[in-house]
Design a protein. Sequence first.
Length: 82
Amino acid sequence: MQTQSFNIVLPKELVQKIDAVAKREYRNRSELIREAAWIYLQRRMEWDELFSYGKAMGKKMGITNEEDVNKIVWNYRHGKKQ
């Protein structure tokens, strides 16, 4: 794995929390921040995938705006399933 160093500026309180967790988990600050970044990116990609799927399904169902969604939800909740 190739690595690259860079500087970031974080609030002191955040650095203190990062250091406390890293110490408790017997690892260094870089490892903790690296894992946090990977977790964030993975979750972000999952959300992007979910929204893309929802957008595609909405297009397939002919949903063009939020009002269409509200109608579908209202009908479903009142026993008027489509």
